[in-house]
Ligand binder design. Structure first.
Ligand code: URA
Length: 243
């Protein structure tokens, strides 16, 4: 962490307590920054500052951003009550507590960002910023032109109307009555792509996310991850600003 952040936020990120509880701790005089008790809630700290809570030094987390190739059959969560495999099971040698930016279904594979930067995650997921996500769907039908047109126009689903999608049929197998379709959407409703195909009478047999804004899975195998570079993180944030 290099930029200045509010003390209570840094405490919450370090896992001391919730932000609210951290505020109480500050007001109670339990928090010291570089040897001085700080009771002011707006107090800003940066990575080099030594923060003690009740005399115990807290470990400030570095901001981490990983691009993960999620395999099929893994939950987009940090733990699962049924003890199924979760994305963080794949992350080794990283001390920060990371969580996924949005979700991919259990049976969906592909590009998932993991981070401990809550502001970044919120920006990426906020509908206002319209980050493009591209999926490859294997469906059990040959879509008609008018069905594709419906998806492109914005199809009405049970609970909402999906925004216009970019759609391209990549291949068709008329013998097996199956097709592979590339779909780009900027929303992120639960099961959205599956529901969009369902609305044109097609079932998605397999789904993978190939692209997230400009990021691709190039160079990664299923289950692998890499750090995003500063340039990539900044470009993702910059792109949200331009929207
Ligand atoms: N749409 C879906 O239906 N599932 C996903 O995992 C992602 C988008």
């Amino acid at each position: 962490m290099t930029k200045q952040e509010r003390l209570q936020k840094v405490m919450a990120n370090a896992g001391v307590a919730s932000r609210r509880k951290s505020e109480e701790l500050i007001q109670q005089g339990s928090v010291e920054v570089n040897g001085e008790v700080v009771k002011e809630l707006g107090f800003k700290v940066s990575g080099g500052d030594k923060i003690k809570v009740d005399g115990k030094l807290i470990h400030q987390q570095e901001k981490r951003y990983l691009l993960f190739y999620k395999p099929r059959g893994v939950i987009s969560s940090v733990k699962d009550e049924k003890d199924r495999s979760v994305v963080t099971d794949y992350i080794k040698d990283i001390n920060e507590r990371l969580y996924p930016v949005g979700r991919l279904d259990y049976d969906t594979s592909g590009l998932l960002i993991l981070t401990n930067d809550g502001d970044f995650a919120n920006k990426m997921m906020h509908p206002r910023y319209k980050v493009n996500k591209t999926y490859i769907a294997k469906i059990n039908a040959i879509p008609k032109k008018e069905d594709i047109a419906k998806l492109e126009k914005g199809i009405k689903l049970k609970k909402y109307k999906a925004a216009p999608a970019r759609v391209k049929v990549l291949s068709e197998d008329r013998l097996k009555n199956k097709a592979i379709v590339r779909v780009t959407i900027h929303e992120g409703h639960n099961h959205q792509v599956k529901d969009m195909f369902d609305a044109i009478g097609a079932k998605v047999d397999k789904l993978s996310r190939e692209k997230y804004d400009f990021l691709t899975l190039d160079g990664l195998n299923s289950g692998e991850y890499r750090d995003l570079s500063n340039t990539e993180v900044n470009l993702l944030l910059k792109n949200t600003k331009n929207l």
